[in-house]
Write a protein that binds this ligand. Structure first.
Ligand code: FES
Length: 158
C-alpha cells in the first residue's frame, strides 16, 4: 500500500454523513480502514490523514495511543491478544501468558522470527464469563487451557 490516496473516495462517502466542521469524527473510522489495508498505521499514513482531515496531529496521536486495536508496527500473521484483566487473571491468565511465551519463544510485544505470531497482553475484552481468553486476529478463544492453546497453535502453524 502506497499512501492513503486510493482510500480518499471511500472517506469522502463517509464525510457526507457528518455536518461541516466535524471532520475530526472520521479519525477512528479512517484509521481502522488504513490498518485494514496496510496491517498497521505508518508515519506517512498519519501525515496524509492529518492533511486530509485538517485535524491537529495530536488528535490522531491521541487516538493511536488510547485504542490498543491500532498498531504502529507490522504484526505477525496471527496476533494473539491475551486478556490479563481481573477475571482472566483470577482464572490463570498470567500462567497462560507464560505458557505462550515458552511455546513461542517470545515475550509480550514481540513477533516470532518467522513472522507468524505476535503476542500481546491487553485489558478486558468483555468475555469475562469465559476467562481466561484471548483474541487471535478478530476471533475470540475462550476457556483456555494449555491443551486448548496447543491445539490452536498447531492449527495455526499449518
Ligand atoms: S477480564 Fe478478561 S475478558 Fe474481561
Amino acid at each position: 500500500m502506497n499512501g492513503i490516496q486510493h482510500l480518499i473516495p471511500e472517506f469522502e462517502q463517509w464525510k457526507r454523513r457528518y455536518p461541516a466542521g466535524f471532520e475530526g469524527s472520521l479519525t477512528i473510522p479512517c484509521l481502522r480502514r488504513i490498518q485494514e489495508e496496510r496491517g498497521y498505521i505508518a508515519d506517512s499514513d498519519i501525515d496524509e490523514l492529518v492533511a486530509y482531515l485538517g485535524v491537529p496531529r495530536t488528535q490522531v496521536d491521541e487516538v493511536l495511543g488510547f485504542y490498543t486495536q491500532f498498531t504502529r508496527e507490522p504484526l505477525g500473521r496471527y496476533h494473539l491478544q491475551v486478556c490479563h484483566n481481573v477475571s482472566c487473571a483470577l482464572r490463570g491468565a498470567e500462567g497462560l501468558v507464560r505458557y505462550l511465551c515458552g511455546r513461542l519463544g517470545i515475550q509480550p510485544g514481540e513477533t516470532t522470527p518467522d513472522g507468524r505470531f505476535t503476542l500481546s497482553t491487553v485489558e478486558c475484552l468483555a468475555s469475562c464469563g469465559t476467562a481466561p481468553m484471548m483474541m487471535v486476529n478478530d476471533a475470540y478463544h475462550e476457556n483456555l487451557t494449555p491443551a486448548v492453546v496447543d491445539a490452536l497453535l498447531e492449527e495455526l502453524s499449518r
